[in-house]
Design a protein around this ligand. Structure first.
Ligand SMILES: *Cc1c(COP(=O)(O)O)cnc(C)c1O
Length: 483
């Protein structure tokens, strides 16, 4: 009966390799995972928002190598509860106010499940026509919701594409802009190209410029990452027009808000720009990753990014009647991301989506009022959306810290005072985050250390915002008491 080896292999393959896509087993395990996540959402507030583990904690807890024999899902879920959850920073916690939100929803989650269920690889139209065409439909719907002009939509001459992240969206438009300009001025002038942003532009621009080489390109931001400041698109676009320069609008966070008529004015002038993007995976109930990018001239993108290979050739592509999204992005393979966006749009509807966003803004306003009502604190920059930048004012907490006073007019004294204030606020933030009760993050604006309070987790309610403010006040009280 053959050698020992082949006998062993035969036996192993017959007994242990159940079909990894057995529908009944999928049903059983799928229900368990959904229950697990539902319990996780229900019990979320029991966990510290910011993970409290130390670097390297996990390798100590897990085996040194992968298991040789299959393990049941029950054991794996047990280990997730035991070992993984402590190392999770809970972005969906109602007490999460850090960075920007990653607003989840049932529709976003289940849309993700559906697209993963199909697991199609959508590089060209023929590889799954519905995936490409659903992307057209949802991007046009969303473009209309934002009041983008016809020139950005498929129903006009432009078009939208779902990228993974803003970094990718900026890189793609940067490369298109570079090649458009080089076609005008000649390849030999590549060294003379420049790109513009402000000191508040996201570092994604620098990264993209590094990958692509310098560009004739301007990146304007609606809702900067540090403080949600807004660049004036209309006046910037007048300058870029004069120089034939590509202008991209990065509205990664704040773009969502512009579906509300009262915030639409922030993107006035968008009809004059070349491209516009926002992250549906930030503040739009869609799971990571889902960056929506519209361009007026899709041909500029495809000129720079298209590839052709014999093994991808097909009649539909040759007919030029279809869009092959592989030519609108960096990667070749792409996920069926429009499914989750479509589910979000259909499950909630435009008016509800607006109201969700408004409720977050309202909670941020509430927090702002609380800050303003306590003269030991200040709001550092004007609030535009659902994020409040604030700090404690140690000069008011303590009459003369380090013997100096900000009112003294002495520049040196002012600098020492600033340093003292920055240290105080850094300590305040670290103490609050270490408590596990809330998670906020910081930025530095013109030398001032600022605490950012970003509302947008789907489970957050008024009471969480009020509790967060109490945590701020109590921490400051404690810090002063122990001075
Ligand atoms: C978050 C953010 C980005 C980066 O987005 P990714 O999708 O992570 O690349 C870029 N710009 C702004 C203004 C942002 O807020």
């Amino acid at each position: 009966m053959g050698s020992l080896d082949s006998h062993y292999e035969e036996e192993n393959s017959s007994s242990n390799t159940a079909n990894p896509l057995n529908p009944e087993e999928f049903r059983r395990q799928g229900h368990m995972i959904i229950d697990f996540i539902a319990d996780y959402y229900q019990n979320m507030e029991k966990y510290p928002v910011l993970s409290q583990v130390q670097p390297g904690y996990l390798a100590k807890l897990l085996p040194k190598s992968a298991p040789n024999i299959p393990e049941p899902i029950e054991t794996i879920l047990h280990d997730i509860q035991q070992y993984i959850i402590p190392g999770i920073t809970h972005w969906q916690s109602p007490n999460y106010f850090a960075y920007f939100p990653a607003t989840s929803s049932i529709a976003g989650f289940l849309g993700e499940v559906l697209s993963t269920g199909f697991n199609v690889v959508v590089f060209n139209w023929i590889s799954s026509p519905a995936a490409t065409e659903l992307e057209f439909v949802t991007m046009d719907w969303l473009g209309q919701m934002l009041g983008l002009p016809q020139s950005f939509l498929f129903s006009g001459v432009g078009g939208g594409v779902i990228q993974g992240t803003t970094c990718e969206a900026i890189l793609c438009t940067l490369v298109a802009a570079r090649d458009q300009m080089l076609a005008k001025v000649g390849r030999e002038n590549i060294g003379k190209l420049v790109f513009y942003g402000s000191d508040q532009t996201h570092c994604a621009l620098l990264k993209a410029a590094k990958v692509a080489g310098l560009e004739s390109f301007l990146c304007a931001t609606i809702g900067t990452t540090s403080t949600t400041a807004v660049d004036p698109i209309r006046s910037l676009s007048e300058v870029t027009k004069e120089y034939g320069m590509w202008i991209h609008v990065d509205a990664a966070y704040a773009g969502s808000a512009c579906i509300c008529p009262e915030y639409r004015h922030f993107i006035d002038g968008v009809e004059n720009v070349n491209s516009f993007s926002f992250n549906a995976h930030k503040w739009f109930f869609t799971t990571l990753d889902c960056c929506c990018l519209w361009v007026k001239d899709p041909g500029a993108l495809t000129k720079s990014l298209s590839t052709s290979a014999e093994y991808l050739k097909n009649n539909a592509s040759d007919s030029k009647q279809v869009v092959d999204y592989k030519d609108w992005q960096i990667t070749l393979s792409r996920r069926f991301r429009s499914m989750k966006l479509w589910l979000v749009l259909r499950s909630y509807g435009v008016e509800n989506l607006r109201n969700f966003l408004r409720s977050h803004v309202k909670m941020a306003k509430r927090f702002q009022q609380l800050v303003e009502s306590d003269n030991r604190f200040e709001v550092v920059v004007p609030r535009n959306f659902a994020m409040v930048c604030f700090r404690a004012l140690p000069t008011r907490l303590k009459k003369e810290p380090n013997g100096c006073n900000i009112e003294s007019g002495n520049i040196e004294a002012k600098l020492i005072d600033q340093e003292y204030a920055n240290d105080f606020n850094r300590n305040l933030l670290e103490t609050m985050n270490a408590s596990g009760k809330v998670f906020m993050t910081h930025t530095i604006v013109e030398g001032i250390y600022v605490i950012r309070f970003a509302v947008g987790a789907t489970l957050t309610e008024d009471k969480h915002v009020i509790k967060a403010w109490e945590v701020v006040q109590e921490t400051v009280d404690d810090m002063l008491a122990t001075k």
